[in-house]
Ligand binder design. Structure first.
Ligand code: FE
Length: 164
C-alpha cells in the first residue's frame, strides 16, 4: 500500500466516523429505531397483534389522552407488563397518583426499560421504552416522589395489569 492510498483510506475512515456520529446523534430522538431488541416484528405483525391505540403509542410514539386509561386509577396489588411483548415493567408498590391523568410510577423493575433522548415538540425529554421489544411507554421526569424523585409517566394503553 503506497502512502497516497493509505491517506485516502484514512480520509474515508475519518469521514465515516464523523457521519456515523452525526447520524447516531439524530437517531437518538427517534427512540431505538435501529436498536436490536429481543422481540422484533414487522410493522404489519405489530398491527395484527395490537389494537390501533396500542399500535399508535407503542410503535409510533403516540400519547394517549390524559385521564383515559382505567389503569390510572388502579392501585390493586399486581404487575404491569408491556402490552406489546408481556415483559414485566412495574410493580403496584411503586405506583402512585401523580395527578397527571397517566399511570405513574417512581421506579421500574430492574432492567425492564430503556431510555432515549426525545427532542420532539420543542422539548428535551427522556423517552422510556420496553427493553425487550422497544415499545414506547412514556417519559420519565425529575419531579417524582421519594425514594427516587422520579416520575415514570406511562401511557396506560402500553401496559397490561396482571393482578397478584
Ligand atoms: Fe415490550
Amino acid at each position: 500500500m503506497d502512502k497516497r492510498h493509505f491517506l485516502q483510506i484514512g480520509a474515508v475512515l475519518l469521514g465515516t466516523a464523523f457521519f456515523s456520529r452525526y447520524i447516531n446523534g439524530s437517531s437518538e430522538t427517534m427512540a431505538s429505531a435501529d436498536t436490536k431488541f429481543e422481540v422484533t416484528k414487522t410493522e404489519a405483525e405489530w398491527k395484527s397483534i395490537l389494537t390501533p391505540d396500542q399500535f399508535q403509542v407503542l410503535r409510533k410514539h403516540g400519547t394517549e389522552r390524559a385521564h383515559t386509561s382505567p389503569l390510572d386509577k388502579t392501585y390493586e396489588p399486581g404487575t404491569y407488563v408491556c402490552a406489546g411483548c408481556g415483559q414485566a415493567l412495574f410493580t403496584s408498590d411503586t405506583k402512585y397518583n401523580s395527578g397527571t391523568g397517566w399511570p405513574s410510577f417512581f421506579t421500574p423493575i430492574e432492567g425492564a426499560i430503556g431510555t432515549t433522548v426525545d427532542r420532539s415538540l420543542f422539548m428535551t425529554r427522556t423517552e422510556v421504552h420496553c427493553s425487550r421489544c422497544g415499545g414506547h411507554l412514556g417519559h420519565v421526569f425529575n419531579d417524582g416522589p421519594k425514594p427516587t424523585g422520579l416520575r415514570y409517566c406511562m401511557n396506560g394503553v402500553s401496559l397490561k395489569f396482571e393482578p397478584a
